[in-house]
Design a protein around this ligand. Sequence first.
Ligand code: GLU
Length: 503
Amino acid sequence: MENQAWFADMEARIPKGEVRTRFAPSPTGYMHIGNLRTALYTYLIAKRLGGKFILRIEDTDQERYIEGATDVIYNTLRTCKLTWQEGPDVGGPVGPYIQTQRRDLYGKYAELLIEKGGAYRCFCKEDEGVVPVTLPNGETIKKHQCACGSLTNEQIQAKLSAGETCVVRQKIPQEGTTTFVDSVFGKITVPNNELDENVLIKTDGLPTYNFANVIDDHLMGITHVVRGSEYLSSSPKYNLLYQAFGWEVPAYVHCSPVMRDSQHKMSKRHGDPSFEDLVEQGYLPEAILNYVALLGWSPGGEQEIYSLDELSRVFDIAGISKSPAVFDINKLKWMNAEYIKAMALEAFAAAAEPFIRQTVKHPAIDTARVAGLLQQRTELLTEIPEKVDFFDVLPQYDLTLYEHKKSKVDQPISLEVLKQAAPALEALPDWTDEGIHDALIALAEARGAKNAAVMYPVRIAVSGKAVTPGGAVEICSILGREETLKRLETGISRLTAALGEAE
Ligand code: GLU
């Protein structure tokens, strides 16, 4: 009686009449790209249908416990702005939202399931009771088959009193088929005798995923279960559990894996990047999320750049593809560059600053101005330190850099230009981009040369690099008069020495 009231109370807590989706990650210590995509789709389905997005932590695999792993989940979702309305930290009507805190509840539902004939106590040791079964298609699978399901209550009590440990195992009818419709894969029918009688409650009293997902999805009122297609083949077993309890089966949205190439799934263990790795490599979370949205979902048009808000308005389950999507880092890089270009300059300057400061320590260098030079030509934030290091210290460059056919300069011409540019710049009343520009153009005119024949050697002298963000004028301007003149002098004396030796 007491139990009945408890079950009734659990049922009464289930929110009704709203779309409820959940992201249910296991704390592995990193966010796999496939998992991030599941989180995103789950969030988007809730948003699009005006429902709630719920976070549940599936931590019943205690052997794989990793310190700090839950924080990785929180941080990733927060960074990506995938805000959950119910979850371990914010609570909600159907908590707790961490599976290890729901332990007693699973035990009670396991008892109920045994009473309903959907499960049995199994005393087999780990390798006992496993038999090979050949399927109609010729494939051989291993299934658990034992007599524990027919033990009488007295026999069970005797074993328990003798200290024998047991698990709770699902009882699967051997006749008939189980059919369900997946929103992505369509209608799936499986003969029941192909389904294994999985462990539902382990000897440590904790549930397996096979049991916990059904109990939690039901008790949390989940209407759409969005998850990886690796769970597709087990879903008939889960449906039999729903049936045994007399519960409604949720809508299923199984998503195909994200692949490294046509043969292999992306895998952190094999060196493929996780979300955190990509952020560390200089990808913006917004760009990663946008790219991940299109991995296996097509909006059905040409548009590729979508903000999270836009996605929330247009995402639809019908656009999710059955075929596995291949992760293309070059496409992501392109998208990242598009996001960088579209940022407000202040936002980009703020994002770029720590990367600029990795190599540019000199406080006189204005990082916001350096950022201005970088924004339109940066694919990854991590490219920045190496691109701007010359602002801090003039590198040891090779004098052959002064030879450039297209600009019509060689080492002797460069020397002449630098010798004329130095006093012209020194004489400028104000150190402005415009002043520097006009002085160098006037010098080109006076020499009867193309602008490039002056700009090029000056740029080499002040940067020591063949390729730089920004041209001579911007670089001189940012460096300041004193540093510019010092670098021009270095160029002059090095060229003088080299050409003198050559004579
Ligand atoms: N904890 C499972 C995983 O991380 C979740 C699967 C599901 O969403 O049901 O794979």
